[in-house]
Design a protein around this ligand. Structure first.
Ligand SMILES: [Zn+2]
Length: 169
């Protein structure tokens, strides 16, 4: 039995606990009834991913989060526009095969990863930018470096360990 003290393998945002857990049929049972009780098609995820966002939708081919570490195959590119808003684009790794890229793009599209990360990261990044620009404060990473972090590390920085500005006075 999978531990419930984990982060959702689809979005990598929501911590899973018994109140917000959901079991998804990655390949929807309406389209793939033969896989409806196949263990590898049953994935413990957050309710937002399964019940609000995905439902019975699927795009194929798609990455399976238990077989492929999705976040290893792309990088978030964070851009700041003229309105001081952050937008996110995806850069797939140059070594990826065409098939992997299709799987990754479908995964990102299905789980609305870009919209969700833009929404969740904007406030954090604006706070972070303010901290970077405030005199007498130093932070342990520069904003520019964030754009090159793999998504799992970026998330750890932004959500799980939070920024830890150190004060120079
Ligand atoms: Zn999720």
């Amino acid at each position: 039995m999978m531990s419930l003290n984990q982060v959702c393998p689809y979005c990598d945002i929501t911590k899973i606990n018994k109140d917000i857990v959901s079991v998804d049929h990655l390949l929807p049972k309406a389209s793939f009834p033969v896989l409806s009780i196949f263990p590898d098609n049953l994935i413990v995820v957050c309710k937002a991913c399964n019940e609000v966002i995905k439902g019975e939708t699927i795009y194929l081919p798609i990455a399976h989060p238990c077989y492929e570490e999705v976040s290893r195959h792309f990088t978030f590119v964070i851009k700041e526009n003229n309105n001081n808003k952050f937008t996110i684009e995806i850069a797939t790794n140059s070594k990826n095969s065409k098939l992997i890229n299709q799987k990754i793009y479908n995964f990102i599209k299905l789980f609305k990863i870009i919209d969700r990360y833009e929404k969740y990261m904007t406030a954090e990044l604006q706070d972070y930018r303010t901290a970077v620009r405030t005199p007498n404060k130093c932070v342990f990473i520069e904003l520019g470096q964030l754009t090159l972090l793999p998504p799992n590390l970026l998330l750890k920085r932004l959500f799980h360990s939070k920024f830890q500005p150190c004060f120079s006075y």
